[in-house]
Design a protein around this ligand. Sequence first.
Ligand SMILES: [Zn+2]
Ligand SMILES: [Zn+2]
Length: 399
Amino acid sequence: MSRTTPDLLASQQSELTAIRRDIHRHPETAFEEQRTSQIVADKLTSWGIEVHRGLATTGVVGTLKGKRAGQKTIGLRADMDALHLQEKNEFDYASSVPNKMHACGHDGHTTMLLGAARHLAKAPDFAGTVHFIFQPAEEGLGGARVMIEEGLFDKFNCDAVYGMHNMPGFPKGHFAIRSGAMLASSDSWEVTFKGTGGHGAMPDRGTDPTYVAAQFIVAVQGIIGRNVVSTQAAVLSVGHISAGTAGSPNVIPSEVLIKGTARSFSPSVRSLLERRLAEVAAGIAQSGGCEAVSKYFRRYPALINAVEQTSIAVEAAALTVGRENVQPNTPPIAGAEDFAYLLEKKPGAYIMIGNGGTEEGGCHNVHSPLYDFNDEILTTGAAYWVNLVQLELGDLIAV
Ligand SMILES: [Zn+2]
Ligand SMILES: [Zn+2]
């Protein structure tokens, strides 16, 4: 078994580009990916791949068994959803749906995995089983978590899981990954400070939650500076404050609501942030004669790549584009991704593929109204998936 280079998949380029642009033109947001999942299911079926539908409403799982006997199973995952955003691109395949847009490249992720499925189905020269997992609702609503809750791994056991995301501004078709924490957990929190409020001229006659809230906002950054271990990274930011009415500046409000985000790269730091936000809020509230009601909402966990699967992913990337084009120890990124839920259950690895800079035909950052996935990396991503499968289940050997 020899490695699969992007050139070997060149005959698929025009078909994959057509699929990608069709999905781009018809973006669908969380749990409503009906048309997209129909395309995915139809393509997989036409290539002789067994299809299961309906996990997390629009999820599709294609199962391909190797022609040689083997017990090992791996899951390869692509996300299918678009964003609520008005596209500003003017090319002919720009979004036809107002305020919806594939601005994160999930159209490309879906297409790259389809390209790999098609290539592997032609000659499944491996031992074991591949599950191609097409999931809805990566953007904010945790489609991966819902697929797990609805029995993804009960129905489709996976010994390891792999994911991939494009990265604008990183050279076209290059790969970047790291072992351990690669993306942050993304949680939100809110604190309501309650006091009596009263006349702005007579603060001595009541308690003032605005004074308490002001101290709290400053003290929050002390959690990062004084409580989080100095070798760990974390972020706490305030994103919303509301109190009083704009027409009554002489009234001390009785309640102040503060909302923010919390990012960290380990479960222990995440728990520390949750605990200390509530403790600091309660302590400062008490000092001002007020009460604090704290809530913390755990959303996406930190994405933590397993050591063994990360090295397999590095080798698959090196076989695809050459070792000199693979960064095996890229710095962590404070963004979040719901593939982390799969990695909480199974060992695996999540890799970034360069979408190129604007000078390389790439585009603006993800979530920009001018973003576009770079079709030139479709066969590179597909070849990576094929090499990964052959390393895990076939005879391909790392060089
Ligand atoms: Zn996104
Ligand atoms: Zn994304």
